[in-house]
Design a protein around this ligand. Structure first.
Ligand SMILES: C[S@@+](CC[C@H](N)C(=O)[O-])C[C@H]1O[C@@H](n2cnc3c(N)ncnc32)[C@H](O)[C@@H]1O
Length: 209
């Protein structure tokens, strides 16, 4: 059973990183249409928020792989002027739009249905966020993707990446995630980086070109 589960996890991960957009979209939609991701509906108090609120500078945020609108609606309202969330899953975005309406944030929050790999913004941002979404960028694509989005950072802007380095098994470190973090630290100017001692070791890295 263990081997079957590990194989399925591996295949899912490969499709979500390397598959065509239409296939990724189908898979994410299926997952967000069920209850699998309900646990991220409430992430208030997450370790990424103080960083977002500090670097948003009451300006513009681009959230790549925004999910069901948790970041858009849990972030302090006065910390930002505008927020654009991009996601490949219509099902996740429907939740994000609904929650934004319920929270009275439609003036500030907007959402785009797109694969972020092909998304082209039409303005510059104080923060470009990859919160739990960089797993789905193949290692060889990380630098090209960051280079592309660098042109959409204001001169004082930063990228913020949040990633779990551990998993639910104590002591297990994910080598592929660690190598992406090391790559970023080597190639970009790190402003702040911290690993939190919460379960599964979330890392937050703030960096700029
Ligand atoms: C693990 S969820 C994280 C959601 C949210 N950012 C959070 O941290 O709670 C990953 C999200 O990234 C989105 N995603 C994955 N690959 C994507 C891609 N290539 N383009 C756009 N969104 C993508 C998924 O649909 C999903 O909503």
């Amino acid at each position: 059973m263990y081997i079957v589960n590990r194989t399925l996890t591996f295949v899912r991960g490969a499709i979500l990183s390397y598959g065509p957009s239409a296939v990724k979209k189908k898979l994410w939609d299926k997952e967000f249409s069920g209850s699998k991701w309900d646990f991220i509906n409430d992430t208030a108090g997450d370790c990424v928020y103080p960083y977002l609120e500090k670097y948003a500078n009451q300006g513009n945020i681009l959230d790549l792989g925004c999910g069901p609108g948790n970041t858009a609606n849990e972030l302090a309202l006065d910390a930002y002027q505008s927020y654009i969330g991009v996601d490949i899953s219509e099902a996740a975005l429907a939740k994000a739009v609904k929650r934004t309406r319920e929270c009275g944030r439609t003036e500030k929050n907007s959402f785009v249905d797109s694969d972020f790999l092909s998304f082209e913004p039409n303005c510059k941002f104080d923060v470009i966020l990859f919160r739990e979404s960089m797993y789905h960028i193949p290692y060889g694509q990380v630098l090209p993707v960051l280079k592309k989005f660098s042109q959409y950072l204001k001169s004082t802007g930063v990228f913020i990446v949040r990633l779990y380095v551990g998993d639910h098994r104590p002591g297990v470190i994910k080598p592929r995630v660690t190598s992406k973090i090391e790559l970023i630290k080597r190639e970009y100017s790190v402003v702040e980086a911290r690993q939190f001692e919460l379960p599964a070791l979330p890392n937050v890295i703030v960096f700029r070109p």
